[in-house]
Ligand binder design. Structure first.
Ligand code: PLP
Length: 396
């Protein structure tokens, strides 16, 4: 029986609102015509406030990883010293891309579950003044940690004023406030399948004046991913190569929905859903994986208890219509993750908690019916400012 749609609680691709799905099913258009040009303009203009930039943005048909590769090949030359600050598997991937293109990469490896420490980054930049670029992850999806990106960027700017700051915000941008210009960040990458409520296939990349200038002298080989070709084509309302038009339709609709909702509310909704997920999982007796001072607002990770048969448990969760994400890399089998980004609603989080309660009780875990749903609901209401912690009785 397949009457219901699953509650897709993975940190991307995210569930698509009905109008976004319909947009993706539209007839093709001429990507060299005025309708496409108008759509591209709407997308790039609509995204700028989320990047927090007045600089040019490029929209490339590629996965998020292609966006990271574009960041590297456009700004870095073989032999350049690069400092990669990795707090998880996507940070490792960013470093690997730089290494692949011949950069001389040093890494700061942060214990998984922790955020990067600005003081450690500063110390390394002061020890070695030769870095051309610093690679940072805004939201590390594998560990459910959100880095203090403004503080990290600030120490890089101070300690190594000439180093470019390249940021992977594939799973952060659009869901949480971001101020690329104000924070002095040079390049930011995001992906269509995350906060933008669209299918995978597009990466959006904003670059500062400094980064655009660096592209003129960087010598890594590039053609498809040459951001200058994208910027120049965008100036004529086009893309240099045939874009994933169906996904472009979807991103256009996703941004229309986000604009109608208002950025402030989009951010508040993500924050409330994150608070609900954390509170619900804790009420279910799961220990959260990340250092909660740096808890991600788009994904929450919990530790799989030693005494839980995760495969069987997750199978039952899935049978009841909730799709969770497992752990990645060295966290495979050790954590599970609940995604809450894009079109996520509080009701979807409460629904997921309800299912987890059912399954937990079925597995004879000590869970009281309604407790996780209630904890999640209270946390969300607190987050929205509708109740105070005392009034909600969470202290008892
Ligand atoms: N960076 C982060 C933080 C991500 O979460 C992801 C995907 O989950 C990527 C990079 C890679 O994106 P893609 O899978 O679209 O290549």
């Amino acid at each position: 029986m397949d009457r219901f749609e699953p509650n897709l609680r993975i940190p991307g691709p995210t569930a698509l609102p009905p109008s976004v799905r319909e947009a993706g099913a539209r007839q093709m258009i001429n990507h060299r015509g005025p309708e496409f040009a108008a759509m591209l303009e709407r997308i790039l203009t609509g995204m700028k406030p989320y990047f927090g930039t007045s600089s040019d943005i490029a929209m490339i048909t590629t996965a998020g990883t292609g966006g990271l590769e574009a960041a590297v090949v456009n700004t870095i030359s073989p032999g350049d010293r690069v400092l990669a600050v990795s707090i998880g598997s996507f940070g490792d991937r960013f470093a690997k891309i730089a290494r692949t293109y011949g950069a001389d990469v040093a890494t700061i490896e942060v214990e998984w579950g922790q955020a990067a420490d600005p003081a450690v980054v500063r110390a390394e930049l002061e020890r070695d003044p030769g870095y051309r670029a610093v690679l940072l992850t805004h939201n590390e999806t594998s560990t459910a940690v959100m880095n203090p990106i403004a503080e990290l960027a600030a120490v890089v700017r101070e300690a190594a004023p000439d180093a470019l700051i390249l940021v992977d915000s594939v799973s952060g941008l659009g869901a949480v406030p971001f101020e690329m210009d104000a924070w002095g960040i040079d390049l930011v990458v995001t992906g269509s399948q995350k906060a933008w409520m669209a299918a995978p296939g597009l990466a959006m990349i904003a670059a500062s004046e400094r980064a655009w200038a660096a592209m003129e002298t960087a010598t890594a080989p590039r053609l498809y991913l040459d951001l200058r070709a994208h910027r120049d084509a965008h100036a004529n309302g086009q893309t240099p190569w045939t874009p994933a038009i169906a996904v472009v339709f979807q991103v256009d609709e996703g941004i229309r929905l986000m604009t109608a909702e208002g950025a402030e509310h989009v951010f508040a909704r993500h924050e409330a859903c994150a608070a609900a997920a954390r509170a619900g999982l804790e009420a279910l007796g799961f220990e959260l994986f990340a250092d909660q001072r740096f808890a991600s607002r788009t994904v929450t990770g919990a530790i799989v208890p030693d005494d839980l048969d995760w495969k069987a448990f997750n199978g039952e969760v899935k049978r009841r219509g909730v799709v969770l994400a497992g752990g990645q890399g060295k966290l495979t089998g050790k954590v599970f993750r609940v995604g809450h980004l894009g079109s996520v609603t509080l009701e979807e989080i409460l629904g997921a908690m309800s299912v987890l309660e059912f399954v937990s009780i079925g597995f004879e875990r000590p869970v009281r019916p309604g407790s996780a749903v209630a904890a999640a609901q209270v946390a969300a209401m607190e987050s929205f400012g509708l109740v105070t912690p005392v009034a909600a009785g969470t202290g008892s």
